[in-house]
Structure formats: C-alpha cells, structure tokens
Design a protein around this ligand. Structure first.
Ligand code: ADP
Length: 343
C-alpha cells in the first residue's frame, strides 16, 4: 500500500457554492495507482462536491488537483471535464434511456472498433447477452453494471463512483459490491467510491478516507483507521462509540471503568476516551457499581444498556448472556477497543 504510486493528488481544495459556507474547506487526498479509495462522510460533508471537482464539474476556489504532472485545476487552470481522463458512475446510473446497453457503453468511445470494444467491456461484466436491451429492460443491478462498463470502456485514469449501491436492496448490494470491486481490480483501475455507509466503505477500500465539514480528517487502511481513529469525529464515522471526557494524569486517563493508558499525550491534556461497545466487559456482582437498564437482542450479540453514578452507556456482549435488566454488574474495559485522543 505505502509504495503505491500516487496518481491523483488533491491539495487544499476549497469550494463554495455560497459565500458563507465552504463545501470544501481545504481537502487533501491522494489516490494511488490501481487502488480503491472509499470516501466516507456524513451527508453534507462535501463528498459529492469533491467528486464533482475531480471530474471538472465544479471549479476550485483555491487549492489544486493534479494527475501525475498534469494540472487539472489550480488558480490558473481549469481543465474541462472532457479533457480529464475520468469515468463517472452516478448514483442513479444516468444511462441514456433511448440507447441500448451496447450503445451506452460505446458512447464515449471512438474509432471503427468501438462497438467491438464496448461489447468486450459488456462481456467482461457478464452482460454480453443483454447488449441489445434498453435500460428499462434491465434490473437495477444490471443497470449499475452497464454504468460501470460505460465508465471503464475509455480506460480512464480515474473512475469516480457516487454512492453506486444506494439504490439497491441489501442482499443485492453486498453481491454487487463484491462484483464491482472485482471489476475495478481486473481493470487495474484507480477508483474513488463515495459512500455514507461505514461497513460498505471498509469492505471495498484499499484506502479509507474520512471526510467531515469539507476536509479529509483521516486516511489509511480500513482496519487501521477503525482501530486508531484520530479523533472522536473519526471514531463516530466508523460505528457506535462511547466518548468520555477526561484529562491525562500519570500517562493515563481516568474513566468510570478504571484508568486507561494515554500514550503520547501530555499531563493535563484534555482528552476523549473512545470506547467501542464491545470493549465493555460486564460481570454479575451484587456489589457492582452499575445496573443493567435495558437488554436488547441483536442476533450474534446483545446490547446491554447500563447505568452508573455518572452516566449511562451501551455494551455489546456476545450472545448468549445471562444478564437481565435490574442486575448489578462490574464493568472493566478490554483495552484493544479503547483509544485516547486529544479532545
Ligand atoms: P455530501 O456529498 O457529503 O452529502 P455535498 O458535497 O453534496 O455533500 O454538499 C456539501 C455542502 O455543499 C452541503 O452543505 C450542501 O448543502 C452544499 N451544496 C451541495 N451542492 C450545492 C449546490 N448545488 N448549491 C448550493 N449548495 C450546495
């Protein structure tokens, strides 16, 4: 991962639709050759704007976008979309309704062999037999695969996918996600996939990029970002987390569940202790300092809400569990799922 060549480099990207609000507020991101980057952020964080800026559909107010040594966008240059080697897969696929699947895929191609190349691309997507079908005759999943084939056919330098699975039901989504990753890998494509679904982002990404308020707040391998979020905001983007405000003393941060190590943080530093629900280990204890207030089954695990003198938190406990509402418990933390970051 580390030695992969940077293909597309975004530095300090700023964009405002309105004077009083920066949709992009200094975003930095590198896309690496042949790797899939997932861009994860809440609604309104600027993901689509960043995608549109890369495609040349929005102009940056400041910052730059480069492909290798070629400037696509900076304070002097704005390369038009058609001059950038970008393939796009839109959320609604945006297939041309009056054209067959084959004509859709051939649309961006030139040369005498364009039909043959389009057909080869459809065949690679296992849709050769649907070449003559119109978009309304295709299922949602097939339409997405045609849209991906159309984006890949001109062999773009970068493929951008905007929430490509959001229009599909859950079961189909998982299947199509795997297929899309396989297709992008087979084509050795550099890709950026936008999603607001953490599980989806972690499943598809070689590199995960977290976005918040117009900035990229963390990048890295999905497991690493999950295990080591840089902030409470980053941790929340990737799943449920309990956040406890504390202060460093003697290299540790005190919590209602005991002190936890706070490596690299100065004494007196205000910190957030980030606790994943599975970190809480609950044991029945008549004299315990906590009480189970709610027990909810969630298949492979249970969610136990529990209260103490200073608050109420949720633990994720492996099923089965004999704990019941009203039980007194002791709580300790599994340090594997606990991190301390500057507040
Ligand atoms: P995301 O894709 O993460 O949901 P967007 O890039 O769509 O975020 O939006 C970022 C911010 O820019 C939001 O505050 C949104 O309201 C605003 N915005 C997006 N598109 C437009 C537009 N065409 N005109 C004005 N504001 C916009």
């Amino acid at each position: 991962m580390t030695d992969a060549q940077t293909v597309l480099s975004i530095r300090g990207a700023e964009h405002r639709y309105r004077a009083d609000h920066a949709a992009l507020a200094g975003a930095d991101l590198d896309l690496h050759a042949g790797r899939i980057t997932a861009l994860l952020g809440p609604s309104g964080s600027g993901k689509s704007t960043l995608l549109r800026a890369i495609a040349g559909l929005e102009r940056l107010d400041a910052g730059s976008i480069r492909l290798g040594d070629t400037i696509w966008n900076d304070s002097h240059t704005h390369l038009p979309p058609e001059a950038r080697r970008v393939g796009m897969v839109f959320q609604d696929y945006a297939l041309f309704p009056h054209m067959t699947a084959l004509a859709n895929v051939a649309f961006g191609l030139s040369g005498l062999d364009k039909k043959a190349r389009a057909l080869a691309q459809l065949e690679a997507a296992e849709l050769g037999h649907r070449a003559r079908a119109y978009p309304h005759e295709l299922s949602g999943g097939e339409q997405q695969r045609v849209a991906l084939a159309r984006a890949l056919a001109p062999q773009p330098a970068v493929v951008l996918l905007d929430e490509p699975f959001s229009g599909l039901d859950r079961r189909l989504r998982g299947e199509l996600r795997e297929r899309t990753v396989d297709t992008l890998r087979a084509a050795r494509t550099t890709a950026l996939i936008v999603t607001h679904d953490a599980e989806e982002a972690m499943a598809v990404a070689d590199q995960l990029a977290l976005m918040d308020a117009g900035r990229i707040i963390q990048t890295g391998a999905p497991d690493d970002v999950w295990m080591n979020p840089v902030s409470a905001t980053a941790a929340k983007l990737l799943g449920d987390v309990e956040i406890i405000a504390s202060r460093v003393s003697g290299g540790q941060a005190e919590t209602p569940f005991g002190a936890v190590d706070a490596p690299g943080l100065a004494a007196g530093q205000p910190v957030s202790v980030l606790i994943r629900p599975r970190a809480f280990m609950l044991t029945p204890d008549e004299n315990g300092g906590f009480t189970i207030t709610r027990r909810r089954s969630a298949g492979p695990h249970l969610n136990h809400r529990f209260a103490g003198a200073t608050g109420e938190w949720t633990a994720q406990t492996p099923a089965p569990s004999a704990l019941a509402e009203g039980d007194r418990v002791n709580v300790v933390l599994d340090p594997v799922y606990v991190r301390v970051v500057a507040a």
